[in-house]
Design a protein around this ligand. Structure first.
Ligand code: ZN
Length: 132
């Protein structure tokens, strides 16, 4: 793993949170994007070499809706940049981690992504991402 690519933060209202984080970070989001397959609307802020991803549920069945219902708004996942996502998945499986999707899927911000189950990572959802 090369660096923390971004932190994902679950929010209830993306418009309001975009304003809040624009003030906080003193920069506007460089991108907003809906990922239909994940049921999320996202926005991205560049902060030095890393990013903040805000995630809002786009439907009631979305994992983000469930997360907020259970735990409230807050940090949802940590995403690590990897050079070879297939090799990392194989390595982490061999180490005993629970991989949620073994086949990388298209994520936001032009990435291929794989998630690790938080039960195998001390309660933190981990995303691996590789630039497409
Ligand atoms: Zn993410």
């Amino acid at each position: 793993m090369r660096k923390i690519e971004h932190l994902g933060i679950a929010v209830k209202d993306l418009t309001a949170s975009n304003e809040l984080f624009s003030k906080l970070l003193n920069v506007l989001p460089y991108k907003t994007e809906s990922v239909e397959s994940e049921g999320v609307n996202t926005s991205f802020f560049q902060v030095g070499e890393t990013k903040i991803e805000l995630l809002e549920a786009s439907n009631a069945d979305s994992a983000i809706a469930k997360f907020i219902e259970k735990r409230g708004e807050g940090i949802h996942h940590i995403a690590f940049d990897v050079a070879d996502i297939h090799a990392e998945v194989a390595r982490l499986k061999a180490e005993g981690f629970t991989v949620l999707n073994e086949t990388p899927k298209p994520g936001a911000d032009n990435k291929l992504v794989v998630f690790l189950h938080p039960k195998s990572t001390n309660g933190v959802l981990i995303e691996l991402c590789q630039e497409k």
